[in-house]
Design a protein around this ligand. Structure first.
Ligand code: AMP
Ligand code: ZN
Length: 486
C-alpha cells in the first residue's frame, strides 16, 4: 500500500549515476531494474513520481577534474550526456526528476544545519561537519535498519581515512567536507567554511525535496545498503520531519550485482563492459535490456557474451511469432476492435501475478514463452482466427508497456539485425515454416533492402545473386521481401 491516502500515488527514489566515467552494464542492471519497478507500478495503475539523482560532485569526479584540467560542469556533462543517451538506448523511461547535487547545495546546507541544531552533527577542527552515529543512537535513532551492524567494532578514536582524521568516531560520516587544495575550484561557501557536500547527504536532501520527508520506495544496488542507505536514513530520520509514526522510506529495494566470472562487475576490477562496447560488438540496446530483464533482481547474475547471444535468439523467437500473427491478422482488412481472447486475458493475469510475487521475472518469462509456443502451434496448424491474432497482438502491446522491448511487429526484420538501429518499416520477412536463416544471409537481405531503398538496383540484383549461390532466394511480395531456402 502506498503512503498516499487515496492509494494512487507512489513516490520512488533511485540512487543515480556518479558521472565521473561512463556507466558499465552492472550499473545498468540496477537502472533497468528501477525502470522495471516503475513500469510495473504504472502497469498496475499507480501514478509514480520517479526521482533519480545525478551525483556530480564527489572524490572521483574531483580527481578527474584535476587530472584533465577541465571545469567541473564540462567534465561531468560529458558523462551525463552519455548516461541519458544510454538510458534511451536501453529504453528506460526518463525519471520525472533528475536533480544534480550541485544544483541543490542550498537544500543540502539547510539539512546539515538542521542536524547541527538537533545535536546530531558536529563541526570538526578542519571545518568539516560530521554526523555522529553515537548521538543519533543516544536520541533513539535506529542505525542499522537494513543491515546488521556490530557497533563494538566501530570504536571511537579509530581512524580509517587519513583525510577524515578530524572525526570523533570511525563510524561517523561527513556531511560537509572542508575544502582542501586538491579540490581546486570545486567548492561552495557554507556557514562552516568553504567545502563541498558529502555523498550521502545529497540523496537525503534531494529525495525529501522532491518526494517529501516520507515516501514509498527507495531503490539502488545492493552495495549501497551500507553505508550509503543507512546513512541516508540516519540523516533523514535524524532531521525528524516525518509525520508521527512514519519512516523516511516505506520500502527499500536493492538489486543484486551483475557479475563477471563470479566477481562483481566494476571499474576497479577492470572486468566491465559498457553499453558502447556491446553496441560495437553488434549487439543492440534491446538485446542488452532483454538480458538484464531475465534475472530476478535479488539474485546475482553472471554476464557473458553467450548470454547476449541467447537474448538475441529469444527476441528473434518473439519477433517471429509476432510476424506470423500479423499475417494471420491480415492488416489489409483494417483495424478491428476485438474482445481479448480468454487465453490472452489469462496470460496477462499470470504475468501480473508473477511480477506481484516480488517481481519474479523468470516466472513471467516462463508464462510468456509458453504462450508463444501455444500460438506458434495454433498458427502452424492453421488453427488461429483473425480475431485471435488481433487479440494476441493487442496483448503484446500491453506486455510491452512493461517490458519496454519495443517489439515492432510491422517491421518484422529484427531490430537486432538492423545496422545502427535503423529499422526499415513495411517489410515483412517470411520465415514461416523455414529454418532460421543464418546471420550472414539475414545480413545480405538487409543490405539488399537498403540498396533497393537507395534505388541501387544493380547492387540489389548482385546481392540477390549472392544469396542464390548460398542457397537462398528472395521473393519480392506486395508485403515486402520473403526469404526462402532453395
Ligand atoms: P555509481 O555510478 O557507482 O554511483 O553506481 C550506480 C548504481 O549502480 C548504484 O545503484 C550501484 O549500486 C549500482 N552498481 C554498481 N556496480 C554494480 C554491479 N556490478 N551490478 C549491479 N549494480 C551495480
Ligand atoms: Zn543515494
Amino acid at each position: 500500500m502506498p503512503l498516499d491516502p487515496a492509494g494512487k500515488k507512489v513516490g520512488m527514489y533511485c540512487c543515480g549515476p556518479t558521472v565521473y566515467d561512463t556507466a558499465h552494464i552492472g550499473n545498468w542492471r540496477t537502472f533497468v531494474f528501477c525502470d522495471l519497478v516503475r513500469r510495473f507500478l504504472e502497469f498496475k495503475g499507480y501514478q509514480v513520481t520517479h526521482v533519480m539523482n545525478i551525483t556530480d560532485v564527489e572524490d572521483k569526479i574531483i580527481k578527474g577534474v584535476r587530472e584533465t584540467k577541465t571545469p567541473l560542469r564540462d567534465y561531468t556533462s560529458r558523462y551525463e550526456a552519455a548516461f541519458f543517451e544510454e538510458l534511451k538506448q536501453l529504453n528506460c523511461l526518463t525519471p520525472h526528476h533528475t536533480p544534480h547535487a550541485t544544483g541543490h547545495i542550498a537544500d543540502i546546507l539547510s539539512l546539515i544545519d538542521r542536524l547541527l541544531q538537533r545535536g546530531l552533527a558536529y563541526k570538526a577542527a578542519d571545518g568539516s561537519v560530521y554526523f555522529s552515529i553515537e548521538k543519533y543512537r543516544a536520541q533513539g535513532g535506529a542505525y542499522g535498519q537494513l543491515v546488521k551492524l556490530n557497533f563494538d567494532e566501530m570504536r571511537p578514536g579509530e581512524r580509517v581515512n587519513a583525510d577524515e582524521y578530524a572525526k570523533e568516531a570511525v563510524a561517523d560520516f561527513a556531511l560537509w567536507k572542508a575544502r582542501v587544495p586538491e579540490d581546486g575550484d570545486v567548492f561552495w561557501p557554507s556557514p562552516w567554511g568553504e567545502g563541498r557536500p558529502g555523498w550521502h547527504i545529497e540523496c537525503s536532501a534531494m529525495s525529501m525535496k522532491f518526494l517529501g520527508p516520507s515516501f514509498d520506495l527507495h531503490l539502488g544496488g545492493e552495495d549501497l545498503m551500507f553505508p550509503h542507505h543507512e546513512d541516508e536514513i540516519a540523516q533523514s530520520e535524524g532531521a525528524a520531519m516525518q509525520p508521527a509514526g512514519q519512516r523516511f522510506v516505506k520500502y527499500w529495494l536493492h538489486g543484486a550485482h551483475l557479475l563477471v566470472e563470479g566477481r562483481k562487475m566494476s571499474k576497479s576490477l577492470g572486468n566491465f563492459f559498457t553499453v558502447r562496447d556491446l553496441l560495437a560488438k553488434g549487439f543492440t540496446g534491446r538485446e542488452i535490456r532483454y538480458l538484464l530483464l531475465t534475472a530476478h533482481y535479488r539474485e546475482t547474475f553472471n554476464f557473458t557474451l553467450n548470454g547476449l547471444q541467447g537474448a538475441r535468439t529469444a527476441l528473434a523467437r518473439i519477433d517471429e511469432c509476432l510476424s506470423r500473427l500479423i499475417e494471420f491478422w491480415d492488416d489489409s482488412m483494417g483495424h478491428v476492435n476485438v474482445q481479448p481472447h480468454p487465453d490472452d486475458s489469462k496470460l496477462l493475469e499470470q504475468f501480473r501475478d508473477a511480477l506481484d510475487d516480488d517481481l519474479n521475472v523468470s516466472k513471467a518469462w516462463g508464462v510468456i514463452f509458453a504462450w508463444i509456443r501455444d500460438l506458434n502451434r495454433a498458427m502452424s496448424a492453421e488453427r488461429l482466427s483473425r480475431d485471435r491474432a488481433a487479440s494476441a497482438l493487442g496483448t503484446w502491446k500491453q506486455l510491452d508497456r512493461l517490458l519496454g522491448l519495443n517489439l515492432q511487429p510491422r517491421s518484422a526484420l529484427r531490430m537486432s539485425e538492423a545496422p545502427q538501429g535503423i529499422v526499415p518499416s513495411g517489410f515483412l520477412v517470411d520465415i514461416r515454416g523455414e529454418e532460421e536463416a543464418p546471420e550472414e544471409i539475414k545480413h545480405l537481405l538487409m543490405q539488399r533492402i537498403q540498396a533497393r531503398k537507395a534505388k541501387d538496383f544493380k547492387q540489389a540484383d548482385w546481392i540477390r545473386d549472392q544469396l542464390k549461390t548460398k542457397g537462398w532466394v528472395i521473393e519480392d511480395t506486395p508485403k515486402g521481401p520473403k526469404l526462402k531456402k532453395l
